[in-house]
Design a protein around this ligand. Sequence first.
Ligand SMILES: [Zn+2]
Length: 179
Amino acid sequence: MLRAAIVQDARTDRVLMLGWMNEEAERRTRESGEVWFWSRSRERLWRKGETSGNTLAVEELRDDCDGDALLVRAVPAGPTCHTGAASCFAPALWRTIAQRAAERPAGSYTTELLDAGVGACARKLGEEAVEVTVAALDESDERLVEEAADLVYHLYVLLAARGVDVAQVEDALQSRRKP
Ligand SMILES: [Zn+2]
């Protein structure tokens, strides 16, 4: 039987990815302490990180109430998503920027910014912050929305330029929440 395996970061509780396990994948996962899946598209067993090196070290396996899903609590060795994002459920914009950072495709504005370096990305973010401020004080809602979108985009690019994942920012915000 094929069971859905939800992988959760054992340190932060972040949901990282969803995979599928047959009995052999589950056995290998339990015995090796690293996460194995059954690939439905390639029809073979694969060890998470076998090519990327971004393995998952198992802390705990839990069955759900009727046994058709597994919760895998694990510590990731690197980004879990193939895009380079920490999680497959990261914001779409972040997954795109993480992928650009990893692949640096020619002709992409994001690649251009990343190649210009952290200093250039930081200056650009400063300019965008000023534009948001001006829009907030003097311009229409539409202009403010446009400028806010630019600001978020350039913030994400700056994080990528520094090699920081947006998940770390989410964790910092989470830790500030009052119980
Ligand atoms: Zn993914």
